[in-house]
Design a protein around this ligand. Structure first.
Ligand code: ATP
Length: 191
């Protein structure tokens, strides 16, 4: 039975916290693959203007270049509009019929899970995997969800922090991969 990790988010930009979430999940859950699935627009951040999908995809490709256990899936960006996880997960349930799907979320997202669109159907299709995030006290997971927590490699970095550091001229070295840092600088993102 295939064990597949799904990792959605804005990835604006992808940072080392994201990569460590994926690595921890791959190892601790013995997954075959983790798919990074950047959202076109998060339903919970409707007013936030993200960097264009194509740029966020490019940064993900640089971050994951040469990796075979991690894949990037542009389906939410291709669909456009507000991205709902249930639509994406249904596509994976068809693609990996009979497999096991694990949906990775940072500890800051746990309290929100019941508000996700068609949350009960979603909970039937995936097991949620909570990865610790420094500074985020884990909220109580919803009772009707299949949930497990990982040890992870807790790292208190966020995309907002990266964007703020770029905007104020501070270094993002060691918070994102070197190729990602270079591309953010060359493409004048987040200024
Ligand atoms: P922003 O600061 O812009 O809100 P973010 O850093 O939280 O962004 P997202 O792309 O929104 O990044 O996150 C995608 C997923 O990754 C979410 O489930 C989030 O909780 C998780 N995540 C992000 N950073 C970390 C981290 N440092 N540790 C654990 N989980 C994380």
């Amino acid at each position: 039975m295939q064990r597949i990790g799904l990792f959605g988010g804005s990835f604006d930009p992808v940072h080392l916290g994201h990569l460590l979430v994926a690595q921890a999940a791959l190892e601790e859950l013995e997954l075959e693959k983790v798919f990074f699935i950047p959202a076109a627009q998060s339903p919970f951040k409707p007013d936030r203007t993200l960097a264009p999908g194509a740029e966020r995809l490019k940064l993900l490709r640089l971050a994951l270049s040469g990796q075979t256990l991690y894949e990037i899936d542009g389906q939410e960006i291709d669909r456009g509009g507000v991205s709902y996880t249930i639509d994406t997960v249904r596509a994976y349930a068809r693609r990996f019929a009979g497999g096991e799907l694990f949906y990775l979320v940072g500890a800051d997202q746990v309290g929100q899970l019941p508000k996700w669109r068609e949350a009960n159907d979603l909970a039937g299709l995936v097991e949620f995997v909570i990865i610790p995030r420094p500074g985020q006290a884990g909220a109580h997971p919803p009772a009707n969800f299949r949930i497990r927590s990982l040890m992870g490699f807790p790292l208190g970095v966020s995309s907002s922090q990266i964007r703020e550091r770029v905007r104020t001229g501070r270094s993002i070295e060691f918070l994102v991969g070197p190729a990602v840092a270079e591309a953010i600088c060359n493409n004048r993102l987040y200024l």
